[in-house]
Design a protein around this ligand. Sequence first.
Ligand SMILES: *Cc1c(COP(=O)(O)O)cnc(C)c1O
Length: 389
Amino acid sequence: MIYLDHGATTPVDEAVLQEMLPYFTKEYGNASTIYSLGQSAKKAIHTARKNLAEMIGSEINEIYFTAGGSEADNWALQASARAFREKGRHIITTRIEHHAVLNTCKALEREGYDVTYLPVDAQGVVSPTAVQQAIRPDTILVSVMAANNEIGTVEDIAAIGAICKEHRILFHTDAVQAFGKIPLNVEEMHIDLLSVSGHKIYGPKGIGFLYIRNLTGIGPLLYGGSQERNRRAGTENVPGIVGLGAAAVRAAEHMQEEAAREEALRSRLLERILKEIPDCRVNGFATIREGENGPCRSLPGTLNVSFPGIEAESALIMLDMAGICAAGGSACTTGALEPSHVLSAIGRSEGEAKGSLRFSLGKENTPEEMDRVAEELKRIVERLRSIRI
Ligand SMILES: *Cc1c(COP(=O)(O)O)cnc(C)c1O
């Protein structure tokens, strides 16, 4: 099998699993207890928190564990809205956010908040100037994702953060796709809230964290016990937290070399697709950097291509029969018939959007696999296009 859907989820790294295992069985203590079994769990949570804080340049006590990226996004938006409703009810976000952000915004609109959904350019870039121009006296929060899950575009988070700081408006970024793949620093980028998920970086599913800058005044999303310094109730998911911490440490250790490796695989696949399959189009940036050592404009391992004249669903079934896992649009919208909101936002027609495939690469992929995928794709696209005539 060739797995090219790391944007949807990743396998748990074997070494990460080994670090987690004792916390299911021998070290099962509740971290809130005073006997040593509980203290050992507490210590493990502290180590994970410390490593995660180090990775984003935050204080240790600014990391709050959640049940994943969606919860972190919900918390950031809902709690900000609630905390600042007396100051104003205007939120700025973009048209290309993950549904965890977009649908939370929709829910807030029903509660009387006003949301501006900023457009993006043809590559999916949010203009920092557009963010600045959208700010009103009643704006309380800006939420712009660090990297897009469907097309891989990396946003200018530092510039947007600086604008928010200047206007004293909270800045949230959904960094679920970016964390562990590109450098992130909450101080340099002026980020107040940042969402992360474990299962996109070879950690377990159902665990993530929200970074909350100290003194922001954000309250809890979930009420109950005093875990996570009274801000996120519920007995800690100790194995999950240990797994998230271990996965993050590994990602940080190999970030540069793995980015370079995936970038090379991505261009190998793209070059062959463009050369061998007529009439197709990259969604997002064709190359991930501007210049030799320029900043990343795209995630190194995410490639989204439109093949007009085919239906992504049929191509995915045929790819699956050939042992290849890929995605059409984003996994969360599979099953829904509407074309991807991200592809519409970058100006793709309905036909182009419906014939789009996402290949998201990971650490176990090889150059030979890219060649196999290109060959199978060529065959499948030709076949599907000939059937349609
Ligand atoms: C996967 C993903 C999420 C959701 O994270 P879960 O841990 O699956 O809830 C949120 N935002 C982005 C950009 C994602 O890719």
